[in-house]
Unconditional design. Structure first.
Length: 298
């Protein structure tokens, strides 16, 4: 069972971070029931997920460590942008260089910890079209590779851009005679998010972003996160929004843009040719904690 942990969050997207690099028994990390219990906000610690820090694999010699992500429902995600910022910050505060590479399910990603751990910039890698090949396959992303994909949900046709940032995203720009309010986006996410996430089009489920364009290079997004529901922020989701905005001509590669989420803003940079997406955002260290064994003393 998890003994010690730290709780951190990126714009309210909160995680339990635990260092398992020298653990004799990390099997609990693969126990979905224990993950669900830890993330329970009334009977556990409470979090959107649990982040395990492991030794980097032999094939990832350049990586300082490896991050695994378990969602609040016990499922495992390939990647989490806010989570990676939290792990990079934690590692730096515990002795790692501010410039470090971390192995993830989306490959080895380079992080730059700034402001004494209070913010992190990540090179998130290039976007990929869906369906995404296994890690290591070279797939060139082009706007033509991510056309609007219509999906009929509950009598409404959603026009989605399907983009992978190491994990799957379905980005929907919400438009109409009047710009949707924040409440409109929230209602739409609550109604449509779970249906899109589990649609047969996505056998591995997907994250879903409902987006409003607020002006040049400025967007508001509400994310229905796979395995979590609506979250305060989603780093990979913000990256997918930035890429989709460039595909739609609402922005263009080579310009800085900002995605506003319920928990606050994230700053993005899509490189020309879609070669790289950079993400910058804050990290907050909440507290350190210790859990006893289930049958231990109170």
């Amino acid at each position: 069972m998890l003994r010690s942990f730290a709780k951190l969050h990126g714009l309210g997207n909160d995680f339990l971070v635990t260092d398992l690099r020298n653990s004799d028994d990390a099997s609990w990390f693969d126990d979905a029931a224990q993950i669900v219990a830890l993330c329970d906000r009334h009977r556990g610690v409470g979090a959107d997920g649990v982040l395990g820090i492991f030794q980097a694999s032999p094939a990832a010699a350049d990586a300082f460590a490896r991050m695994r992500v378990r969602n609040a429902d016990g499922s495992e995600a390939e990647m989490c942008g806010n989570g990676l910022r939290c792990v990079a910050s934690w590692l730096h505060l515990h002795g790692a260089s501010p410039s470090l590479a971390i192995e993830t399910g989306a490959g080895i990603l380079r992080c730059e910890v700034r402001d004494h751990g209070r913010s992190v910039q990540i090179e998130m890698g290039p976007p990929r079209p869906l369906p995404t090949p296994r890690l290591g396959a070279e797939v060139q992303f082009t706007p033509a590779a991510s056309p609007e994909t219509p999906l009929l949900i509950d009598g409404v046709t959603l026009h989605l851009h399907l983009i992978s940032m190491g994990n799957p995203h379905a980005v929907c720009f919400v438009e109409g005679p009047q710009a949707p309010s924040d409440a409109d986006l929230w209602r739409l996410a609550e109604r449509m998010g779970p249906q899109v996430e589990t649609h047969p089009r996505f056998p591995g489920r997907t994250n879903v972003e409902f987006v409003r364009c607020d002006g040049p290079d400025a967007f508001t997004a509400l994310v229905w996160e796979r395995g979590c529901g609506i979250t305060q922020a989603c780093g990979t989701g913000a990256c997918a929004v930035a890429v989709a905005a460039c595909v739609r001509g609402l922005s263009e590669p080579g310009r800085s843009l900002r995605v506003q989420l319920p928990g606050g803003p994230l700053d993005l940079w899509v490189e020309p040719g879609y070669r790289q997406v950079k993400l910058h955002g804050p990290v907050s260290y909440v507290f350190d904690g210790m859990l006893r064994e289930p049958d231990g003393p109170p």
